[in-house]
Write a protein that binds this ligand. Structure first.
Ligand SMILES: C[S@@+](CC[C@H](N)C(=O)[O-])C[C@H]1O[C@@H](n2cnc3c(N)ncnc32)[C@H](O)[C@@H]1O
Length: 252
């Protein structure tokens, strides 16, 4: 038996991987993180036990995983987005390792990828930014030394800030000295869900726009000049000198 940590994707039920969907449809036990996992990703399951873990603590979740293990039943443990980002799977894996229970991670489409997609933008452009910093705004979980927003902002890389929309004013204050007040910002609420909303602006005006929109949670803040850049070099990937010569078969 195996515990499969499965990324459900950002919201659109079609954005789960084929492997994740197959496992959800075949595992006899499903545990899903209810708040951000759309119910439709569970469509077609044949599990005898389906538990929303939104209200359970770690001990209760591990107890359910242990029960399944004792019965030799595979578990689909479904998390939102990609489970390896802010998914709290690390602590579950640590317990599974102590208990000798095997597990596997099935990656998923992250909120960052979904937001870039709905904005129709590439997050890495030649000469503009070749780095994306995925981070969060620190409230309950403190940030390790050197990872405060102002420290990260010094790189002026494209930034994706999770769990921060309620603190947009403070985020703007931390970022503006490094990115400049005219730096573009996009805030996307529930990217890829039917009620998706987005607000775009600059560090100068985004806080007011977000407050006016009423967005308070499940929104990602994307910051960086890539968001409106038009003047950038073509990549070398498709440059004529980089294309491989056509191989023609020698006559037999
Ligand atoms: C606990 S984290 C989970 C991240 C997720 N594991 C991922 O890979 O994207 C939750 C935060 O991710 C962001 N988020 C998750 N899903 C989102 C979506 N569909 N649209 C916008 N932001 C989203 C929000 O910042 C939200 O507060």
């Amino acid at each position: 038996m195996t515990i499969y940590f499965i990324g459900a994707g950002p919201g659109d039920p079609e954005l789960i991987t084929v492997k994740g969907q197959r496992l959800i449809r075949t595992c006899p036990v499903i545990l899903y993180a209810g708040s951000l996992v759309p119910e439709q990703v569970l469509d077609g399951h044949r599990a005898h036990s389906v538990v929303n873990t939104a209200e359970l603590d770690l001990d209760a979740i591990v107890a359910l995983l242990q029960q399944a293990h004792a019965k030799g039943e595979d578990v689909a443990r479904v998390h939102s987005g990609g489970p390896s980002l802010y998914g709290a799977i690390g602590e579950q894996i640590r317990r599974l390792n102590m208990l000798g229970i095997p597990y596997e991670i099935v990656p998923g489409v992250t909120a960052t990828a979904a937001c870039a997609a709905t904005l129709g933008r590439e997050l890495t452009l030649p000469g503009i930014s070749q780095t994306v910093i995925l981070t969060r705004y620190a409230t309950k979980t403190s940030m390790p030394e050197g990872e405060a927003l102002a420290d990260l902002a010094r790189h002026r890389a494209t930034m994706a800030i999770h769990l921060g929309v309620r603190h947009i004013e403070r985020i703007v204050a931390d970022l503006t000295p490094h990115y400049g007040a005219d730096c573009p910002v996009a805030v996307v609420f529930r990217a890829s869900w039917p009620d998706e909303e987005r607000v775009t602006g600059t560090l100068e005006d985004i806080a007011g726009k977000v407050q006016a929109s009423g967005m308070e949670r499940t929104a990602l803040i994307l910051v960086g000049t890539v968001l409106d850049a038009a003047d950038f070099a073509d990549s070398t990937l498709y440059a004529p000198e980089e294309t491989l010569p056509t191989i023609t078969k020698p006559p037999i």
